[in-house]
Design a protein around this ligand. Structure first.
Ligand code: NDP
Length: 270
């Protein structure tokens, strides 16, 4: 019997998760299929109930349902509970769901070697993805500074999940903070509106934008022109998918193979 997997969200048509997961399922010979599932806000519980009547193995969950996914699960892994959001649900044989958050390990895998004794990290944004990053970074010994348009959210996130020296401040003040940073991570969705944050000289420091494709292109081009090393969010996307796949199949798939497929698909549509 072919098992079912998928990603639930709205919008979802643009998602690269089916491409990533179906590639791995074929590579590794699993009899399962991964589908994009369009579920509007307010219909998450109904969608889960429908899936329970099919041969569902698990689902990824994206905007706007990550908090609902955590709430719906009977067993919540500590990272998902602390972050307040789940991006991976697994259906158990007793009919219950287990919730995980793989954005946090996916981000750490994507950023590579970082050192809390020498690196100073600034996070731009305090939305859902920033919560996973701040959780991962403070667990790794960092005290990231969080800058957000809505200052209260930056301060709340620093207090909830930050390290001992974390603080939250207004994004308007970013120029006051950027000079002391060695790593700047953009988690804002301002790239969706075509906005670009003007950066000081990079001096070979790292600018990591967790968005990818046309959403991060202009910001990363600007960062490169100012002398920053830069990275987009595609590796994080594939790495979080790989950790979800490992939860469902107990086997870690090839991040390189996933990345190759995503880059080829993006090239084909530009
Ligand atoms: P949220 O909606 O939860 O948060 C959006 C953040 O962006 C908030 O901090 C918001 O500030 C800020 N923001 C939005 N518009 C502007 C603007 N015009 N100027 C300044 N700040 C702005 O989104 P997510 O955190 O879930 O996602 C953010 C981005 O990260 C998206 O582009 C998403 O695609 C990407 N992403 C990538 C992942 C990957 O695996 N590579 C995983 C998850 C997300 P405020 O609080 O003031 O509203």
């Amino acid at each position: 019997m072919t098992k079912l997997l998928g990603v639930i969200g709205d919008p979802i048509a643009h998602s690269m998760s089916p491409l990533i997961h179906n590639g791995w399922l074929r590579d590794l010979g699993y009899n399962a299929n991964y589908e994009a599932m369009h579920v509007p806000a307010g219909e998450f519980d109904l969608a889960l109930q429908t899936l329970e009547t099919r041969d569902i193995l698990g689902v990824n969950v994206t905007l706007p349902h990550k908090a609902d996914a955590l709430r719906a699960a009977t067993t919540k892994h500590p990272a998902a509970a602390a972050i307040g959001a789940a991006n991976t649900l697994s259906f158990q044989s007793d009919g219950n769901w287990t919730a995980d958050n793989t954005d946090a390990p996916g981000f750490l895998r994507a950023i590579g070697e970082i050192d809390p004794s020498t690196d100073k990290v600034i996070i731009l944004g305090a939305g859902g993805s920033a919560r996973a990053l701040v959780y991962a970074l403070s667990k790794a010994g960092f005290s990231p500074i969080i800058l957000n348009r809505t200052i209260a959210k930056a301060q709340a996130l620093a207090g909830d999940l930050g390290g001992t020296k974390s603080l939250g401040a207004s994004l308007d003040q970013y120029k006051d903070y950027l000079d002391s940073a060695t790593i700047v991570i953009n988690t804002t969705s301002m790239g969706h509106e075509g906005a670009v944050l003007e950066l000081p000289e990079g001096r070979d420091r790292l600018f990591f934008d967790i968005s990818y494709g046309h959403i991060s292109a202009a910001q990363l081009a600007h960062a490169a022109a100012r002398g920053w090393r830069n990275r987009d969010g595609l590796t994080m996307l594939v790495a979080q998918a790989a950790y979800s796949f490992e939860i469902w199949f107990n086997e870690f798939p090839s991040i390189d193979a996933g990345l190759r497929r995503c880059r080829a698909a993006m090239k084909a549509i530009t």
